[in-house]
Design a protein around this ligand. Structure first.
Ligand SMILES: [Zn+2]
Length: 88
């Protein structure tokens, strides 16, 4: 640390970037206002996909709706197996 004695408290108290560095540590840069990442990790203006973006969608297997449906089917199968165990 340097012995710079300036009013840096507010700067250091600002929210930090959520990104993980290539070394495995946490990024220590301040997050861009209103975002969770710093300017180098996707917080820059104009970066990131807009809400509801479908540009990268290929098959939808991992879409929120598909995942929820998968969970419902899994729960149903678990319930059906329990029910069948009870019948025997
Ligand atoms: Zn960062």
């Amino acid at each position: 640390m340097s012995d710079h004695a300036g009013p840096t408290g507010a700067m250091l108290a600002s929210p930090r970037c959520d990104a993980k560095t290539r070394c495995g540590g946490a990024c220590r840069s301040p997050a861009v206002r209103g975002k969770k990442r710093c300017r180098m990790h996707g917080g820059a203006p104009g970066s990131g996909a807009p809400r509801g973006n479908r540009n990268a969608r290929k098959h939808g297997r991992f879409s929120r709706g598909a995942i929820n449906e998968q969970r419902r089917i899994q729960d149903l199968l678990v319930d059906a197996r329990k029910f069948l165990q009870g019948i025997k």
